[in-house]
Design a protein around this ligand. Sequence first.
Ligand code: ADP
Ligand code: MG
Length: 358
Amino acid sequence: MTSLGEQVTTETPPDTAAAVSLRGLRKMFGEVAAVDGVDLDLAEGEFFSMLGPSGSGKTTVLRMIAGFEAPTAGRILLGGVDVTERPPYARDVNTVFQDYALFPHMSVQQNVEYGLRVKGVDRRSRRTRALEALETVRLEGFGDRRPSQLSGGQRQRVALARALVNRPKLLLLDEPLGALDLKLRREMQLELKALQRDVGITFVFVTHDQEEALTMSDRIAVFNGGRIEQLAGPAELYEHPASAFVAGFVGTSNLLEGDVASAILGTPGLFTVRPEKIDMHTRTADAVPGSCTATGVVREVVYLGSATQTVVDLDAGGSLIVLQQNQQGSVQDKLALRGAQVRLSWRREHTVEIGGSA
Ligand code: ADP
Ligand code: MG
């Protein structure tokens, strides 16, 4: 695949040759631990996301994998080979950034060919491979345009083609959809996921958008303060958050803790229940046997189009958010609930102990 002398084997067990392995990775900027001890193994062909708030260390991890930043401590292995001391060009990795960084004075075709030209690939192969890459991102026929003649989404695709043309084993993407508007962003999420499946390249995708991470990823590492707070598949992460931070960052947290948990659930501790699992009834409705129930007063009702979000202040203290699909009932009726006394109920198994075992 490349001329780096790495052996390409087809059937290497994932535990001996993970696409990426990080071992005790740390990065200090002065006194700040931007990355504070990260251990990871990514499987070949995996769509892996690093999700976390701004400043949690995602970009720094990515830059260390690419070789743009040297770790303060720890090792980086690609396909089982320790590349920690290697410069970026000697790693079989490409990076796509949020700001694309296309050359404005070059055509789309020239932009895509650029990396190959630098590597000394001959003209004919360059052309063929660039056309191929443009086809992969569905931009055939756009080769002669300038970047300024493209939409944001098309420019993002050129940036992708420019990375794919090198046929890397690993593609690093740092908030690549961050500059797009919401609708286009959703479209590109699905496209990018499909493209990754087709080309079979391992993707490491950085985002601060939890919905984006849930939509696209095979697995997600949630970052907080330079560490991985939880590493799991999307459903596991959402259904069984390992900490209050994860519960709050991935979805709406809806925490019940301490005395409130004791009053409602009969046991102290830290629990979460997702908003869409909760039913809302009038106060006088009978409690459903076997389910958890809590009474309260509606503080706020927000109409979201397909759903309605209600914030309920609980009599026991604290509050819960309830999300109901707008399948039936009028919007007016729902909005009129503000100030109403209600009873919330949900099935016992939807109360998830945070940090508890699944
Ligand atoms: P994220 O991508 O999750 O937003 P970053 O990896 O960019 O986070 O940053 C992690 C932390 O490291 C932040 O506190 C940031 O200010 C700091 N940081 C990142 N790059 C540098 C740098 N070149 N010099 C000093 N501090 C940096
Ligand atoms: Mg970043």
